[in-house]
Design a protein around this ligand. Structure first.
Ligand code: NAP
Length: 499
């Protein structure tokens, strides 16, 4: 097992291209071992003001750089990330806990996003359209919004940051980014990459610190015109209401209560693989994690047996060890929350088939580990089947028809991802139409997004915006309608139209 060490003991903010020391700090803990990796700054509001001032000044120049040249920086970022993929992946596993294979996948997602958004430097298409008046030209263009604020969670510390910052940069904005305090190392590494790639000073600024201080100051700063947030619903709702008061644009990507539907005609072995990967990958700490299995009663027993047999083979431990399949939970409060839901599930009358306990002995002694857990005979209205647990806990909900499966899937306040295993082509098409989620998978689990498609959810998962895909550009641009009248006289729209 490789163990990489960071060459610094303490991280600094990255403001206006300088590494700025902050005296107040907090330890960043490796959740697999309980060891300190580095100290992260706990910045005060003043750091946000400095970062915004730098971003505001830099953005004026950056917006005038032709978009294909802005994109050149992103290509260089992509190539450096590619060169450093293994280092970034190991550091990601150390700060977040996800197993190394998944960490490599997450870093690759960032690399893909760099090249994809760099390509947008030569597109950023607007529209031309005939004007209703003679000798008049009409078109629409994307314009940058100015300074954008990015607030990211700990569960995808690099991928989500790239989903937000790369489209923002290529569109001509400057960024103030507050990463999660639990996982600041990816932000530090990415800031170094921006610096090496030649991004002009001040175009990206990283301010470390608590959400309640740094995040809150960003939300309230009048010069930040967009907040792009990914995290929990409680935080997102508060941010949205504050932004609403200021008429500030806000993009929210929040929780999920994602389900895999297994129909009676499904390939059960494939379904087991999909459930295992979606439910226990990243120890269930993905926004798209499967935490409900909605199964046709005819195949429930067989599915349970095969799932239990497969769960038995899961290896749990430090994700840097290539043989490990399930890593730790992010911290002690994560463990406490999961334990509470195990109790809730028991009290509600669901039957615990496997797991349900914290792992504290031998190799698990110093980290935060929870056994992969399976409840069955859950009903759709139970709290374990309604609320986001964010851990390796899945509840099986039996149903007796396709229609009931769809209804149960949609009967939650969230709408991020859903999946159906079936070999019936009619059901496939009905399901992709009727499943009320932003992401629908057929014959695959609920997780795993490709960066050129829109990512986000319906209902309580978000507020209608999307991360990644071409749609991400809508968050970081304003549409501008431009008319050029070359008639030499005043022509009034709707009035001087010849009929
Ligand atoms: P969180 O507690 O809401 O934190 C997210 C970010 O918001 C962190 O950087 C946090 O800072 C910051 N923050 C906290 N309080 C704030 C405030 N008052 N003002 C401004 N910023 C504030 O969420 P989390 O526990 O890190 O992440 C897990 C959640 O994210 C889950 O619900 C998961 O489903 C969701 N998620 C959604 C998606 C998606 O695309 N839909 C993707 C990944 C995760 P500190 O933590 O440093 O204090």
């Amino acid at each position: 097992m490789t163990t990489l060490s960071l060459e610094v003991e303490k991280l600094n903010n990255f403001i206006n291209g300088e590494w700025v020391n902050v005296s107040k700090t907090q330890a960043v803990i490796n959740p697999a071992t309980g060891e300190e990796i580095v100290q992260v700054p706990l910045s005060a509001e003043e750091a946000v003001n400095e970062a915004v001032a730098a971003a505001k000044a830099a953005q004026k120049e950056w917006a005038l750089v032709p978009a294909p040249q802005r994109a050149e920086v992103l290509y260089r970022v992509g190539y450096i990330m590619k060169e450093r993929k293994e280092r970034l992946s190991q550091l990601l596993t150390m700060e977040n806990g996800k197993v190394i294979e998944e960490a490599r996948g997450e870093v690759q997602e960032g690399i893909d996003m760099a090249f994809y958004m760099a390509g947008e430097g030569r597109r950023l298409f607007g529209q031309t359209t005939p004007a209703e008046l003679k000798d008049k030209f009409a078109m629409s263009q994307r314009a940058p919004v100015g300074v954008v604020g990015i607030i990211t969670p700990w569960n995808f510390p690099i991928a989500i940051a790239t989903w937000k910052s790369f489209p923002a940069i290529v569109a001509g904005n400057a960024v103030v980014w507050k990463p999660a305090t639990e996982t600041p190392i990816m932000a530090y590494e990415l800031a170094k990459i921006f610096e090496e790639a030649g991004l002009p000073k001040g175009v990206v600024n990283v301010v470390f610190g608590a959400g309640s201080v740094v995040g809150d100051a960003m939300v309230h700063h009048e010069a930040i015109r967009v907040i792009s947030f990914t995290g929990s619903n409680d935080t997102g709702r508060n941010i949205a209401s504050e932004c609403g008061k200021q008429l500030k644009k806000v993009s929210l990507e929040m929780g999920g209560k994602n389900a895999v539907i297994v129909m009676d005609d499904a390939d059960l072995d494939l379904a087991v693989e999909g459930i295992l990967w979606s439910a226990f990958g990243t120890s269930g700490q993905r926004c798209t994690a499967c935490s409900r299995v909605i199964v046709h009663e005819k195949v429930k027993r067989t599915l349970e047996e095969r799932l239990l047999a497969a769960m038995d083979k899961l290896t749990i431990g430090n994700g840097l060890d290539e043989s490990i399949k399930v890593g730790p939970i992010i911290n002690q409060s994560g463990i406490v929350k999961i334990k509470q839901y195990i109790e809730i599930g028991r009290e509600e009358g669901a039957k615990l088939l496997a797991g349900g306990y914290e792992l504290t002995e031998d190799a698990h002694e110093n980290g935060y580990y929870f056994a992969p857990t399976l409840f069955t005979n859950a009903t759709a209205d139970m709290r374990i089947a309604q609320e986001e647990i964010f851990g390796p806990v899945v509840s099986i909900i039996p149903v007796s028809s396709f229609e009931e499966a769809i209804e149960v899937n949609n009967g939650v306040t969230y709408g991020l991802s859903s999946s159906i295993f079936t070999n019936d082509v009619n059901r496939v098409f009905k399901a992709q139409r009727d499943l009320d989620t932003g992401i629908v998978y057929v014959n695959a689990g609920t997780t795993g997004a490709e960066i050129h498609l829109p990512f986000g959810g319906t209902k309580g998962t978000g507020n209608g915006h999307r991360d990644s895909g071409i749609q991400a550009l809508d968050v970081f641009t304003e549409w501008k309608a431009i008319y050029v009248d070359y008639s030499g006289k005043l022509q009034r729209a709707q009035i001087d139209v010849e009929s």
